[in-house]
Design a protein around this ligand. Structure first.
Ligand SMILES: [Zn+2]
Length: 257
C-alpha cells in the first residue's frame, strides 16, 4: 500500500535532497591561524587565550593564573557572563592580568546561512544577526568590566571571507590561534601537557575556562609554569600584534578549537 506524504513533507524531502549542492556552493569555511608578530631576537612570547562559551566557571584554572601572575586573554560571551557573576567579581579584581575580549552574545558561529551548522551549532540567518551577536557581546563586556574589546572570536572559531569582512567593518580584529591545547575542552590532561610542551615562541594558545569538569585546568596548571621556567613570557592580545599564518587553514570537523 502506498503512503501519501503531506505536501510539506514532500517539500522538506526535496529541500534535504538539494542541501548538499547548496552547501558546496557556499564560501569555504576557514580557521584563522595566527602567531604573535615579534622580533625573533626578542624574549620568546606566548599568548594564552581562554574561551568562556557558556556553562560554568573554571575557578581552579583562573585562581592558578592569578596566583602565578600569568596574563591571559579571556574571550567571554554575554551568555556566560550572565550565568557567572562570581567569575565577573573575581576577574574585575585582576584586570591588570586579564584582557577581556568578545566571544559574542549567544555563542553563535560567525557565519551566515539558514542551512548551515558548524560543530552542530546553527549559524546566523543574515548579516544583521551576525552584527547583533558582535555588538551585544561587546556591550555585555562594557557593562560587566567597563572595558571595550578589540578582538573578536566567533563561536567555534570558524569563519568565511564574508563574516571576517563583516567583523572587520565593525572595528574588530579576528582572533585566531596557532596551538589548540584542549580541542574544545574535550582533551585529557596528558594530551594537553604534550601539546603545550611543543609550544614555540609566538604561539597563540587556545583553551577553555568554562568546563571545570574537563581536563583543561589539570593540563594547563603545571604546563604554563614549566613554559615560563623555559624562558617564555606570557602576553595579552591587547598588548601585541598578530600575523596570519598563510594560507588560512581549511575547516576540519575533527579538530574542535
Ligand atoms: Zn566558544
Amino acid at each position: 500500500m502506498t503512503t501519501l506524504l503531506p505536501p510539506h513533507a514532500v517539500l522538506l524531502a526535496l529541500l534535504l535532497a538539494a542541501a548538499p549542492a547548496a552547501l558546496s556552493a557556499q564560501p569555504k569555511l576557514i580557521e584563522v591561524h595566527q602567531r604573535i608578530a615579534a622580533d625573533p631576537a626578542s624574549t620568546p612570547q606566548l599568548a594564552l587565550t581562554l574561551d568562556a562559551c557558556s556553562g560554568q566557571f573554571d575557578a581552579p584554572l583562573l585562581n592558578h593564573l592569578i596566583a602565578q601572575r600569568i596574563p591571559a586573554t579571556l574571550f567571554v560571551t554575554r551568555r556566560w557572563l550572565r550565568r557567572n557573576p562570581r567569575a565577573i567579581a573575581l576577574i574585575k579584581q585582576h584586570l591588570d592580568l586579564f584582557a577581556i575580549e568578545n566571544h559574542g552574545a549567544n555563542h553563535v558561529p560567525a557565519l551566515i546561512g539558514a542551512e548551515r551548522r558548524v560543530y552542530g551549532l546553527k549559524v546566523h540567518a543574515d548579516l544583521p544577526q551576525l552584527e547583533h551577536e558582535v555588538h551585544a557581546g561587546a556591550h555585555a563586556i562594557r557593562q560587566a568590566f567597563g572595558t571595550s574589546p578589540r578582538w573578536y572570536r566567533g563561536a567555534t572559531a570558524i569563519y568565511d571571507r564574508t563574516s571576517i569582512a563583516a567583523i572587520h567593518r565593525l572595528g574588530y580584529e579576528v582572533a585566531g590561534f596557532s596551538l589548540n591545547a584542549d580541542h574544545g575542552a574535550r582533551s585529557g590532561r596528558a594530551a594537553i601537557v604534550r601539546r603545550l610542551q611543543a609550544a614555540q615562541a609566538g604561539d597563540v594558545i587556545i583553551a577553555h575556562m568554562n568546563h571545570p569538569e574537563s581536563g583543561t585546568a589539570a593540563g594547563l596548571i603545571g604546563s604554563l609554569t614549566a613554559l615560563r621556567a623555559r624562558g617564555f613570557v606570557f602576553v595579552r592580545l591587547d598588548r601585541v600584534q598578530l600575523r596570519e599564518i598563510a594560507p588560512p587553514a581549511p575547516y576540519r570537523a575533527a579538530r574542535a578549537p
